[in-house]
Design a protein around this ligand. Structure first.
Ligand code: VGL
Ligand code: ZN
Length: 204
């Protein structure tokens, strides 16, 4: 059995949002047509408390893009984004949700970031996504959404580690590209780790 996993298609990651992914909105129609081809569709939602340690605003004197230590791990500092209950944390209104079986929220612990939809960056807390998919008999996951060089990449890597056959839908994701070429490098890393990289037009 197969599932489509939609990562973080939320206003703050879309043009006009606080951590906008260039052309992030382009994935919405692509993902909507993909959803018609799957029986099991699940989504992740970046869902931070206001005092989250990944926000530059919570580290006086530090700026967005600087790296600090958070619970013993290097943490890139981001603008405030996806704060629980705010518009920026909502899924885009044009993103269809009628087939979604479940939403997995992440990044709720202020002391650790969580790029992957499976585990936090210290791999201590589990969102329940892996167990959920396995209980549904899912063996293969197709991953789409934002951002290709952060949450999508980490979700793909953990999907592989969890033993799922993993496909990245290349035209259904876009990257932040803090440094030029980050998205291409992320795709190469995912492929090396064992993901298949496919265009969504090949999914039937
Ligand atoms: C993401 C940075 C911080 C993402 C989430 O969804 O890719 N990136 N939080
Ligand atoms: Zn975040």
């Amino acid at each position: 059995m197969e599932a489509l996993l939609i990562v973080d298609v939320q206003y703050d990651f879309l043009p006009g949002g606080s951590l906008a992914v260039p052309e992030g909105d382009k994935v919405i129609p692509v993902i909507n047509s993909l959803q018609e081809k799957f029986e099991t569709v699940v989504a992740t939602q970046d869902w931070h408390p206001k005092n989250h340690g990944s926000f530059a605003s919570n580290h006086p004197g530090k700026r967005v893009g600087e790296v600090v230590e958070l619970s013993g791990e290097d943490q890139i500092l981001w603008p405030d984004h996806c704060i629980q209950g705010t518009h920026g944390a909502d899924f885009h209104k044009e993103l269809r949700r009628d087939k979604w079986k479940k939403v997995f929220q992440k990044g709720t612990n202020p002391m650790v970031d969580s790029y992957s939809g499976f585990y936090d960056n210290n791999k201590r807390e589990d969102t329940g996504l892996s167990t959920y998919l396995k209980n549904q008999g899912i063996e293969k996951v197709y991953i789409a959404g934002l951002a290709a060089d952060y949450c999508v990449k980490f979700t793909v890597m953990d999907a592989i580690k969890e033993g799922f056959e993993t496909v990245l839908l290349e035209d259904a994701t876009k990257g932040v590209n803090l440094s030029q070429g980050d998205t291409e490098r992320a795709i190469t890393e995912m492929e090396k780790a064992g993901a298949r990289i496919l265009p969504s037009t090949l999914i039937t």
